[in-house]
Design a protein around this ligand. Sequence first.
Ligand code: MN
Length: 327
Amino acid sequence: MSNTEADAAALLCGALVEDDRSTGASRVDVLSAREVPLGGPRAMRVRRTLPQRQRTLIGAWCFADHFGPHRVAASGGMNVPQHPHTGLQTVSWLFSGEIEHRDTLGTHALIRPGQLNLMTGGHGIAHSEVSTPDTTVVHGVQLWVALPGEHRDADRDFQHYVPELTRVDGAGIRVFLGSLAGSTSPVRTFTPLLGAEIVIAPHTTLTLAVDAAFEHGLLVDDGDIRLLDTVLRPAELGYVPRGADTLTMVNASDAPTRTILLGGPPFGEEIVMWWNFIGRSHEDIAKAREDWEASSDRFGEELPGGRLSAPALPNAVLTPRRNPPTR
Ligand code: MN
């Protein structure tokens, strides 16, 4: 996934963290999605809930795109030519469809529903993502994880993992990163993370034990879910600050509802995020942009086919935007 937002806002994501469990206010912040085109002639649109002005990070999760169900006949499906990443990992998780992934590590993978594909673009990587000809509907999420400073120049990497379906009373859970409901992903991450798909049965109240040191985000794919005291509508991301050791979700409807639960300890570093790059300063971003535009081998050997050019840097120095305190 490539970030095509024209303003390409620089985000400096801070670590202001306070526990406040006694205000009596709702413990859930609702982050609404904005629609963003992915680019291309019949641009598929995605619903982006991270980053946004209200919140830039949940743990190390720094980007959340939710797409579909898109009928490929109408939208052209996903067709993102090769583009670079630095300082982050990409997590592709599909609900339906199939995407062909190629990257400059040499990976050629078919991304399928229920399968984690985690690409590390520390110092630099490039990849392309195209829905396959047999795909009629694309539906899923793409998420980015910020790398902590000591690993932000990590080597290129690609990990694939197919979690088992964990059945608990009233829900089916696939844990692709971290641990939940007795299931643990073996996939290595650079900070503690939780990432899981949870499908909640109709007329079900689900309570899951979670790590109280984590902040959490629950993204609702379809239907309505009540998270703690707050109803989340489709495509909304409900944020819960750290301090919760259980999360209760209610599906009061007649149909199963799919959600994605994200979590991690608050990311204790400030980062600058611009286009498809994460750095620590304006200079980091400008250098990554310059290297990409010069076809530097920093990003590996170019793939056949087209490439996305970086947008122009803003005239001003990329100025940080701080993550708000957790109340
Ligand atoms: Mn990408």
